[in-house]
Every structure is written in C-alpha cells, then in structure tokens.
Design a protein around this ligand. Structure first.
Ligand code: TRP
Length: 337
C-alpha cells in the first residue's frame, strides 16, 4: 500500500430479525476488543436491510435494537462511533459514485447475491445486486483500513479493495483510498445452529430452537441447550475425535469462546462425560454472560428519546469523518463546487 493511512476499523450489522449468540461472539465481542487499539466506527446498516423485502416499522425497531445491543455488549459510544447508516447520507452518495466505478462483471461474481436470489434473480431488487457497492462506500467513506467480518463477507471486502484501486487509478492517486484489510473473525467464533451443527446459527432460521437470542430469558436458554441436537457418543477425549461430530464441536466451541479457553481445555474438562453435563454448564455460563447484556438492552430501549439522541450524536461524529473525505471525492470526480 502506498500512502500511509491512520488505522481505522469499520464494521456493520444489518437490523434484520433476532440478534443471537452468534452475532455476539462473531461480531460485537470482537468489536469491543478492537476499541482499545483502534479508532472504531460501528454502524447499524439499515440501508442494506432494505435490499430484501422489509416492513418499515420493523426496520425502525430493529435498528434501535441493534444499536442498543452494540452499546449493551460494551461497545462504548464515547470511545467508538456508533450510529445508524441512514443518519449519514454520505454513504448513499458515495455508493452512487462507486456504482459508476464498479463493473457489472465484478458484481456478477458476488456469491451472496446468488445465494440470496436463488432462482429468482429477475425478481430481486436492484439494491440487492449493488449491495456490495454500498458496503464499499461504508468502508471507504471513512478511509477504513481494517474491517472485522465473518468469512462470508470476505469477498465483499475484496470488492471494496478493487473499487478503491480503480478509483485511485482513474481519478485520484495511489493511496487516495486505502486498500482495506478484512479481519476475519471466524471460524473459531463461527457459531452453528443448535439443531444442525453444519448450518450457521441464523437470524432467519424458522426454528427458534436453532439459536440463543440475546433477548432469551434464563429458562429459555436452558431449555434450548437441553433440546440441542447431539450424537449418541460420550464427549470426546481429544480434538481429533470431534471429526464428523459437528454438534459436539459446536457446543464445545461455544463453551470455549465464552470462557476464552482453547477447545482442548474444554475437552479436558469434560472428557468422556455425557452431553447433559456440558449442556448444563453451558446454560449457566451463557445465562451469566448474556443476561446482563439483555437487561442493559431493555434499559436502553426503555428510553427511546435518549437512545435516539445518542445515535444522532454518533451520526454527527460519523459525518465529521466522512464529510471532508467526500469533499475530496467530489472534487476529484468533477462534481464539487
Ligand atoms: N454485509 C455485512 C453483513 O451482512 C454488513 C455490512 C454492511 C458491513 N456494510 C458493512 C460489514 C461494512 C462490514 C463493513 O454482515
């Protein structure tokens, strides 16, 4: 990379559906750790949530919930910038400019569009197709250098690098935009469904038993772990024995992640035991970690005026970073006066 850029972390999460343990371990918990070493900008990407069918009231509600979840998890609005994407219109403007930089061939290679559209690509919104361009605008609008994401988003960060490179080359100079690096947070924290150890824990899984929601109470959490799918064997004595046992591997990984221990340490703790032992310990541990977060989320959502005020303040801080960058962008493409 040519010009030096001040390190800056940017990440975002869509306000769609139920936040769950996988979002916490895979995203928020990493984000809050990054706060001590980087300047961080964390966004609730409501414009991205409009790319699939959505209900306006739900969108507004879920946006506040996700913002509250960030803060309740320990992402600190004093240290980091926390805001809702639509609160800073620079994202939408830069996305348009990038729509004129990115090539149709590049977007045709994006696997997420194919996964989401399936056989119905003709009926999907144009927004879904250009979703990765908006994501590039999110990142580059702050000249972010590091982007913590799950491995399913790596291709989108690579597209942001391609857009940055072409923009620099066509209109500006090497190093005008940094080439952002993904910080891949999986697979150690890639949490799988409690009903199927081969599928990712997902907001949209029709079975609520597949996931632990951040809002679940202690009894629900215990019940979901009790009902979690297992196999008929006792718990393994070594990591090698987890081969072909995705459900056991997942429960052990969740326990290890919350305890901040290695999988091997957890295996040593439970070697040869019945699943019920691990499940009980897991329920206690997860309740202890998540219930303070759920309580704090409820408290934050109880005072909507105050939460909205914090988010407006966050949007102002976001604009203070992106605004001067946008002025340069407009100038170099000939639309700034
Ligand atoms: N596409 C990301 C996801 O679904 C969310 C997202 C939008 C994002 N903009 C971003 C993540 C910018 C990182 C940086 O997970």
């Amino acid at each position: 990379m040519s010009a030096d850029h001040t390190p800056l972390v940017f990440s975002g999460m869509q306000p769609t559906g139920n936040l769950h343990l996988g979002n916490y371990l895979g995203a928020m918990r990493n984000w809050l750790k990054l706060q001590s070493s980087y300047r961080c900008v964390y966004c609730v990407v409501d414009l991205h949530a409009m790319t699939m069918e959505f209900d306006p009231q739900q969108l507004a509600k879920a946006s506040r919930e996700v913002a509250a979840a960030y803060i309740a998890s320990g992402v600190d609005p004093q240290r980091s910038v926390i805001f809702v994407q639509s609160g800073n219109s620079d994202h939408a403007e830069l996305a348009w400019i990038f729509n004129c930089v990115a090539r149709v061939g590049w977007l045709n290679r994006m696997t997420q569009f194919k996964d989401k559209a399936g056989k119905n690509s003709e009926k999907m919104s144009v927004g879904l197709y250009t979703y990765p361009v908006l994501m590039a605008a999110d990142i580059l609008g702050y000249r972010a250098t590091h982007v913590p994401v799950g491995d399913d988003q790596k291709q989108h960060v690579e597209l942001a690098r391609d857009i940055a490179q072409k923009f620099n080359n066509d209109f500006a100079a090497p190093g005008f935009f940094p080439l952002p690096e993904p910080i891949i947070t999986g697979p150690a924290t890639r949490v799988m469904s409690l009903r199927d150890g081969k599928a990712k824990m997902s907001k949209s899984d029709p079975s609520d038993y597949s996931r632990i929601n951040l809002a679940d109470d202690a009894d629900t959490i215990a019940l979901k772990f009790r009902k979690a799918k297992t196999d008929p064997h006792p718990l393994p004595e070594s990591e090698a024995e987890l081969e072909g046992r995705p459900e056991a591997a997942n429960l052990i990984a969740i326990y290890a992640a919350f305890q901040e221990k290695s999988r091997q340490a957890v295996i040593d703790e439970f070697r040869g035991a019945q699943f019920s032992m691990l499940k009980n310990a897991l329920a206690d541990l997860v309740v202890a970690k998540l219930s303070p977060i759920a309580d704090e989320m409820r408290r934050l959502l109880g005072d909507q005026a105050e939460l909205d005020r914090q988010l407006r303040e966050g949007a102002n801080k976001a604009r203070a970073i992106s605004g001067p960058i946008m002025e340069e962008v407009r100038r170099v493409v000939g639309i700034g006066r």
